[in-house]
Design a protein around this ligand. Structure first.
Ligand code: NAD
Ligand code: UGA
Length: 368
């Protein structure tokens, strides 16, 4: 009963006509930022996360503690736990679901393929099954990925471009999510909005991502690998700052129409949308590294290697015209300013004494 009270209290909005949002993956990078932003503007927010150990779970716990300070509660449980999800939807009448829980990471899919099927396909279907059976049905906004464009070479990527050549199992499961969403929209009238995020970075980020472990390895004097394509081109990503992505997620929630419900009583077709949320300016990985070197006052030990066939695509580049038109999405943070904020967070979180310019100058006296 105490649990139910907490669930009910957390999911109740603090402003008239505010949303009641279930955020899955709330202890994750994007989920924790979005949960805080929703709470701060007065929406009711309840989190769900299984706190798995794909990366350091203590970072997920630290994000949970931060949310707790702002009275956002995270239920510990799995997307595949149907009785738990049913109970949550029964206790809290969610108007919206922001579905961010997934097995992320492109290259890890070669090590643990089943975890992608379990969370990104089976878990997503389980959530949709519960949502479809709920009355009234919540509008669902979920995380797809820039990786669905796969080996498409149209530059920049638009939502109407082909997505039939995924380069990794991760991308294939994200693409499958979009197809699955189509069927739930078609049959049950669920309102569904997919957001294709482009390599999101920032404070409280993911330790499995390159900008994060490059920072760690540069500070520890370990060597890093920078990938180049087989034809010796630089690999580039449309790195997108977390605050821009959060604004995009909230914009998508704000413009999500209610579901029409099933049973042939539809007034019109329910909403099914897909948007790019990127930065619109791809940056080569080598440039990412030189920005970090400057911010950390430390030279990286770099190995430039030809990109192994590991699921990576050679470049990503978002066209965000559609998200701009429909909910005013406009990325405003360039990579250098965003990385500055990340590094500031990183040294604070890990208690690292940043090196001053002086320390990195050769002194000519190595014996100290
Ligand atoms: P993240 O790993 O930090 O967050 C995902 C959270 O979901 C984690 O806290 C994890 O514990 C939880 N989770 C995973 N499987 C679960 C399950 N079966 N049940 C309950 N909880 C589960 O990742 P993120 O970077 O915050 O990504 C959020 C979403 O955005 C994911 O869907 C990811 O695929 C997508 N995405 C991220 C990026 C990026 O660059 N960060 C880019 C494109 C797409
Ligand atoms: C990121 C996220 O990890 C995925 O979850 C997400 O779905 C994806 O963005 C997306 O946009 O859809 P990725 O772009 O591979 O995937 O992010 P990183 O793992 O941080 O890699 C960034 C770049 O660095 C890539 O071009 C990669 O090839 C390169 N890289 C990575 C290196 O040069 N060296 C390394 O050791 C690792």
């Amino acid at each position: 009963a105490a649990w139910e009270k907490q669930v009910r209290r957390s999911s109740t909005p603090r402003r008239p006509n505010g949303f009641s949002v279930l955020v899955t993956g709330a202890a994750g990078f994007v989920g924790s930022h979005c949960s805080l932003a929703l709470k701060k503007r007065g929406d009711g927010v309840l989190g769900l996360d299984n706190f798995n150990d794909y990366y350091d779970p203590s970072l997920k716990r630290a994000r949970q503690n931060l949310l707790k300070k702002h009275e956002v509660f995270i239920v510990e449980g799995d997307l595949n736990d149907a009785p738990l999800l049913s109970k949550l939807f029964y206790v809290a009448p969610f108007t919206h679901v922001l579905h961010l829980a997934a097995q992320a990471g492109v290259r890890y899919a070669m090590q643990n393929p089943q975890s992608y099927i379990r969370s990104n396909i089976a878990g997503f279907v389980n959530l949709l099954e519960i949502a479809k059976a709920t009355n009234p049905q919540p509008a669902i906004v979920w995380a797809s990925s820039s990786s669905v464009y796969g080996l498409n070479s149209e530059n920049p990527f638009s939502e109407i471009d082909r997505t039939d050549k995924p380069a990794s199992l991760y991308a294939a499961t994200k693409k499958a999510g979009e197809e699955i969403a189509h069927t739930y929209n078609h049959i049950y009238g669920l309102s569904l909005t997919g957001l294709r995020f482009f390599t999101v970075y920032g404070p409280w980020g993911r330790p499995d991502m390159a900008y994060f472990f490059f920072t760690r390895d540069i500070l520890q004097g370990k060597s890093i690998e920078i990938y180049k394509t087989h034809d010796q081109k630089e690999v580039a990503r449309d790195f997108t700052y977390i605050d821009d992505v959060v604004k995009g997620c909230l914009g998508a929630l704000d413009t999500a129409e209610k579901s029409t419900g099933s049973g042939g009583k539809k007034k019109g077709p329910a909403q099914l949308r897909v948007y790019n949320l990127g930065n619109t300016s791809p940056v080569p990985v080598g440039r990412l590294v030189s920005i970090l070197e400057g911010l950390l006052n430390t030279k990286a030990k770099k190995h430039v290697i030809t990109m192994p066939r590991n699921g990576d695509v050679p470049f990503t580049h978002a066209n965000v015209t559609l998200a701009h038109k429909d909910f005013g999405y406009k990325p405003t943070t360039d990579l250098a300013s965003g990385l500055r904020k990340f590094v500031k967070w990183y040294v604070g979180y890990y208690g690292i004494q940043p090196r001053t310019k002086k320390e990195t100058q050769p002194t000519g006296d190595e014996s100290g």
